[in-house]
Design a protein around this ligand. Sequence first.
Ligand code: 5GP
Length: 144
Amino acid sequence: MSLHGSYDPNNLFAKILRGEIPCVKVMEDNVALAFMDIFPQSRGHTLVVPKNVTARNFLELPREKIGPYLERVQRVALAVEEALKPDGLVITQFNGAPAGQTVFHLHFHIIPRYEGEKLAGHGHSNKADTAALEALAAQIAAAL
Ligand code: 5GP
């Protein structure tokens, strides 16, 4: 997938946003949906996806939507921090397959870092146990 192209309405996160595929939800409002990454790079890896957009990546997000969306990204990151007390947080996103993007609906990753713990590689982590993700999501949601 190149950096630019047409938005596929059947991409994975579009399906999750429509409720066609389940997710372990952290928060949802009219701007964004946050849910647990099922292949977490660390404990608490959370994704924040903008709603009502057809932006494949950050470059395509309409300017007026940047502020409200990034406000949600920060709000979720603060809740992850409060709930899980990591030593650091990676907040990142990838634009285009050569940059590492695999799902072509814009999303930010919130990846907690814990001192002394190695990060699983992007796209190389094991599938998480759903019950464990639900417990983490409940902790994060309680801190929102
Ligand atoms: P990207 O590679 O596009 O930056 O990020 C896509 C993310 O989606 C990856 O971190 C990957 O682990 C995650 N992912 C892939 N399939 C699923 C899924 O079915 N459910 C959830 N919640 N996350 C997924």
